[in-house]
Design a protein around this ligand. Structure first.
Ligand code: IMP
Ligand code: MG
Length: 170
């Protein structure tokens, strides 16, 4: 697309997802992780990551929306919840991108309250953003500068999610 500069090409993405999957396979050997993907952006990453993990996995989806700026001070709301109890499970939250960390901080507090056996984070992209909500990322695909990116699940006004690469709008 001529209005988008490629930042991370498709082959680089796929290679890194395979590496993350291999790492998760080693770390969770003998266990059955539940991948909790955050809609809608992480769905593309989830589909590739899950197939790169050589273990039995369960898949769950959560939807959240965050209100930032204006009157609200970053309130996060659940728009779609998981389909089963999370108690006693090994949860791995799968997210497309962590910017301020506000969304992930909320999600981790919410999921921790359900008493999982363990709770970790796998984010495809971490932005170098100065933030008060730093969360520990256990599996990180890429670290990028603070630019607005689209593709491979990430949208601008619900568009560009279906790009094979991560790019920057010109
Ligand atoms: P945070 O709560 O500030 O960490 O924001 C995380 C959410 O904002 C992500 O799940 C994305 O939905 C969205 N987001 C943040 N940065 C970008 C971007 O560069 N492109 C597309 N969506 C983004
Ligand atoms: Mg998102």
């Amino acid at each position: 697309m001529k209005n988008i500069d490629v930042m991370i090409d498709a082959a680089t993405l796929q290679d890194r997802v395979l590496e993350l999957g291999a790492q998760i396979t080693r770390d969770y050997a003998g266990r059955e992780p539940t991948l909790v993907a955050i809609m809608k952006g992480a769905v593309f990453f989830l589909a590739d990551l899950a197939r790169a993990i050589d273990l039995p996995v369960c898949i769950e989806l959560m939807g959240v929306s965050s209100y930032q700026g204006g009157e609200s001070t970053g309130e996060v709301r659940i728009t779609h919840d998981v389909s089963a109890p999370m108690r006693g499970r090994h949860l791995l939250v799968v997210e497309d991108i962590i910017d301020t960390g506000l969304t992930m901080k909320f999600l981790l507090e919410n999921l921790q309250a359900r008493h999982p056996a363990s709770l970790k984070v796998c984010a495809l992209i971490e932005k170098k953003t100065a933030t008060a909500n730093k969360v520990a990322i256990d599996y990180r695909g890429f670290v990028i500068d603070d630019r607005f990116v689209v593709g491979y699940g990430l949208d601008y006004g619900e568009k560009y999610r279906n790009l094979h690469f991560i790019g920057v709008l010109k």
